[in-house]
Design a protein around this ligand. Structure first.
Ligand code: SF4
Ligand code: SF4
Length: 324
C-alpha cells in the first residue's frame, strides 16, 4: 500500500522534472530497481534454517544469479559484500558470536517491547537500508539541479527554480552532530534558554524580544542537540552561488547525505529505557516503512519505483510533505 500523507502539488520544478530524460537518472534508478533486502531475507532464511556455521558460508555459495520478486540479481555475492558486517550480526541467533553493538530498546507502535530476535532483525535492516539509500539518494539528487535541502524558505534559488507560491514556514533547520558544528562559521546560540527548549517549541525561543528565526542564520544548541537554522531567504553558507553545488560535499553533515528517501524501519523516540545493568539506552519504535519526502522532485517523479522498492523490501512506502 502506498500512503500519501499530503497530496498538495509542490513547486514549479515538477514540470521540468516531468520533461527530464530518465537516462540522466539511470545510475540511481538501476539501484532503486534492485533493492538488497530481498537478498538479505534469503541469506537470513538460509542461514537460520540450514546447516551453516557462518553467514560467510552462505554468501560464498551464492555464485550464480538468482531471481527474487521478479528481479534478477546477476551477482548476489558481490551485491551483499558491502553489508556483510551487518549480516554477521545474525550469527548471534545461533550463539556463534556476541552482538558487536548495543541494541536499542525497541517497541512496536502499541508501545509494547518487541522480542529480541525481531529487534535484531529490525536493527540490521535499518542499518542496511540506510547504507543502501545513501548513494541512491545522491545519484538521484545530483541531476535534479535542485537546492531545496540547502536553503531556507523562499530563498532566491526557489524563485530561480520557478517554484510557485511562497512557503509558509519561517525557517528550515539542518540537525547537526556535535562534531559537525565546526563546519559552519556562523554565530552560535548556546544559552541556558536555548538548551531548555527545542526549535519547534511553542512559544518560540526569544532573542532580543523577537523569535529566534527572525534573526540571521545561526547554529543553535537545543534541548535535543544542535542545528543550523536557515531563516526565510537564507542559504547554507556552503552552497556555491555560482555552481549551486555543495562546497564541502565530501565532508558534508550526515543529514545532508540522507535526503529524501529514508530508511524508516525504526524511528528514534525521545524516551530512554533502563537496561539490566542500569545503563540508560535509547528507545526506538518499529515502523517497517520507507519514508519519502514529497517535496523532493525525484521523489515525485519516481514515486512508483520508490513504492516498488519499499514493497520488494517488505516495507510500507509512505510519502510525506514537509515544506509548505
Ligand atoms: S552542507 Fe552542503 S549539502 Fe549540506 S546544506 Fe550545506 S550546501 Fe547543502
Ligand atoms: S529536494 Fe531532493 S533534489 Fe532537491 S536538493 Fe533535496 S534531495 Fe536534492
Amino acid at each position: 500500500m502506498v500512503a500519501v500523507l499530503n497530496e498538495d502539488k509542490p513547486y514549479g520544478m515538477e514540470m521540468d522534472m516531468n520533461n527530464a530524460k530518465d537516462s540522466i537518472f539511470a545510475p540511481g534508478l538501476e539501484r532503486l530497481k534492485k533493492p538488497v533486502l530481498p537478498l538479505v531475507n534469503m541469506v537470513q532464511f538460509l542461514y537460520l534454517t540450514g546447516p551453516f556455521a557462518s553467514i560467510e558460508e552462505v554468501v560464498s555459495r551464492l555464485t550464480k544469479s538468482v531471481e527474487l520478486e521478479g528481479v534478477e540479481y546477476v551477482d548476489p555475492q558481490q551485491m551483499l559484500r558491502p553489508y556483510e558486517v551487518f549480516l554477521q550480526e545474525f550469527e548471534v541467533l545461533k550463539g556463534k558470536k556476541k552482538l558487536s553493538v548495543s541494541l536499542p530498546f525497541i517497541v512496536n507502535e502499541k508501545q509494547e517491547p518487541v522480542v529480541k530476535r525481531q529487534a535484531l532483525e529490525l536493527w540490521i535492516k535499518q542499518q542496511i537500508l540506510s547504507q543502501e539509500l545513501e548513494p541512491i539518494n545522491s545519484l538521484l539528487c545530483e541531476p535534479c539541479g535542485c537546492v531545496l535541502c540547502c536553503t531556507g524558505p523562499n530563498s532566491e534559488f526557489d524563485e530561480a527554480a520557478g517554484y510557485k507560491g511562497r512557503m509558509k514556514q519561517k525557517f528550515f533547520e539542518i540537525p547537526l552532530a556535535e562534531n559537525e558544528i565546526d563546519l559552519f562559521s556562523v554565530a552560535r546560540i548556546d544559552t541556558e534558554q536555548s538548551c531548555a527548549v527545542m526549535s519547534q517549541s511553542e512559544p518560540s525561543l526569544q532573542i532580543q524580544q523577537a523569535p529566534f528565526y527572525e534573526h540571521q542564520m545561526a547554529l543553535y544548541h537545543w534541548k535535543n542537540g544542535w542545528s543550523l537554522v536557515l531563516p526565510e531567504g537564507s542559504v547554507c553558507p556552503h552552497l556555491s552561488p555560482e555552481t549551486q553545488k555543495c562546497l564541502v560535499y565530501v565532508k558534508r553533515p550526515a543529514v545532508c547525505r540522507k535526503p529524501q528517501i529514508f530508511a524508516y524501519v525504526l524511528e528514534k523516540t525521545a524516551d530512554t529505557a533502563k537496561r539490566s545493568d542500569g545503563a540508560l539506552i535509547p528507545v526506538y519504535m518499529a515502523r517497517s516503512k520507507v519514508l519519502a519526502i514529497w517535496d523532493c522532485p525525484y521523489v515525485r517523479k519516481f514515486q512508483d519505483l520508490i513504492g516498488s522498492y519499499a514493497e520488494m523490501s517488505g516495507l510500507e512506502p509512505v510519502f510525506k510533505k514537509n515544506k509548505t
